[in-house]
Design a protein around this ligand. Structure first.
Ligand SMILES: C=C(O[C@@H]1C=C(C(=O)O)C=C[C@H]1O)C(=O)O
Length: 411
């Protein structure tokens, strides 16, 4: 039977995200589902080939897709855009209306579903209980992390560097394979201002799930470039459990300085390319789910300054920012490599959609977990300065782990 595009587009029976996700899992196709901050629309893409390319992150060159970069990926002095994993949007579905009404977002996806997809009888796996997990906390971890903090403080007191971000992991084991899309939906509901995503990497047999508050580089369809300087952390709740208003947040000198260092780092990147026409707003208290941070927004109209490649150029200069690495960057990076004692992989790298509906939005990959089968590894870091107190920094990483953990345990 000949199916015309009109027939396809007037069909009402489009796949559910569960069907698409299961198709990706069973066929070994990389997939990403995401929702931008303060947006209703959700997107799901599939690459219909298992091997992922390492592509130069150049917004002008890349086709539509999703980028995922490791932390230890940065410009070693040459000016070429650096490479990251690129998941091509061979198939693209999107949903508005609170994420219930999924439709193909391009013609190829409509044809694919009619020709192939609709023949796949993919049933939704029985809903697993997300709260059925055990936490594998090891008391030695806390002592080890606190030692790293003390070591960093002593380096900073001797003038080795001014700020470094030390991180750690926490692992949990689920009773059954968790329902990734259910967790994704819960995160979308709980954190409307965060970037929420889940990325399936068949080659690595990993799913990375995140709810990050930190925009790294965005270029929208009107040519506006945006980045954010984020640092300083406190709970969004009063000790009695009631919610704190952003205006009630008080910040210490340590936190104000820590965030100022991130802002200064961004301004230095602008200086390197002699860009003066940027708008800086803040610092203001920014709510990030269960936490609050200090943040300054930077905006540039790339059309007004005739700098269409600004996004690509700034990404190369910014990553890894002092929000996840430190300042000066080289010394902080070396400290992390020598002392942290584990591979951050994609944690504190960056991720996000590129050239989707003429926009690119990359975020710092924090508040995330890596899922391998039934085991999840959560990641959290804390920005250290010479005033850091080891026990407090540990507590801060515990609070950061809660951003995802609390969405597993809600009923
Ligand atoms: C490194 C993380 O978060 C970063 C560090 C912060 C801090 O040190 O206060 C605050 C926000 C983020 O820029 C993380 O969540 O893992």
């Amino acid at each position: 039977m000949h199916v015309t595009t009109t027939d396809i587009f007037t069909r009402t029976q489009w796949p559910t995200p569960d069907q698409l996700w299961q198709t990706a899992r069973l066929s070994g196709f990389p997939a990403a589902i995401w929702r931008l901050p303060n947006a209703d629309e959700k997107h799901l893409i599939l690459q219909t080939e298992s091997a992922l390319a390492e592509a130069p992150v150049d917004f002008d060159e890349l086709s539509s897709g999703f980028v995922l970069s490791r932390f230890d990926n940065f410009d070693h002095g040459n000016s070429a855009p650096f490479k990251a994993l690129f998941l091509r949007a061979d198939l693209h579905f999107s949903a508005t209306a609170g994420g219930t009404d999924w439709q193909p977002a391009n013609e190829a996806s409509a044809s694919w579903w009619s020709a192939t997809g609709s023949l796949l009888s993919v049933d939704k796996a029985p809903a697993s209980d997300l709260s059925a997990f055990t936490t594998n906390d090891n008391p030695a971890e806390k002592a080890r992390f606190e030692e790293i903090v003390a070591e960093a403080v002593s380096h900073m007191k001797k003038g080795g560097f001014r700020k470094v971000v030390a991180s750690r992991t926490k692992t949990i084991t689920f009773g059954q394979k968790p329902d990734v899309l259910r967790l994704f939906d819960r995160l979308c509901q709980a954190y409307p201002t965060a970037f929420i995503s889940a990325v399936w990497l068949p080659e690595y047999q990993q799913i990375w799930i995140s709810a990050t508050p930190e925009r790294l580089v965005s270029v929208d369809r009107d040519g506006f470039f945006r980045t954010l300087s984020l640092a300083g952390t406190q709970s969004a709740f009063h000790p009695d459990g009631t919610e704190k208003l952003p205006a009630e947040a008080l910040w210490s000198q340590k936190e104000i300085e820590e965030q100022a260092l991130v802002s200064r780092y961004i301004i230095e990147c602008f200086k390197k390319i002699r860009l003066r026409e940027y708008l800086e707003e803040g610092p203001r208290t920014i709510q990030a789910g269960n936490l609050m941070h200090l943040g300054s927004h930077f905006t540039v109209n790339t059309r007004a300054v005739h700098y269409p490649q600004l996004g690509t150029v700034m990404l190369r200069l910014l990553h890894p920012t002092s929000a996840v690495c430190g300042m000066p960057r080289a010394a902080a990076f070396q400290f992390i490599q020598q002392h942290e004692g584990y591979d951050r992989e994609f944690y504190s790298g960056f991720l996000g959609p590129v050239n989707i509906q003429e926009e690119s939005h990359l975020f710092v990959h924090i508040r995330c977990l890596k899922l391998e089968n039934r085991q999840a590894t959560l990641y959290a870091g804390a920005g250290l300065t010479e005033d850091s107190v080891p026990e407090r920094e540990w507590q801060e990483t515990e609070m950061k782990c809660q951003t995802l953990l609390r969405c597993l345990t809600v009923s």
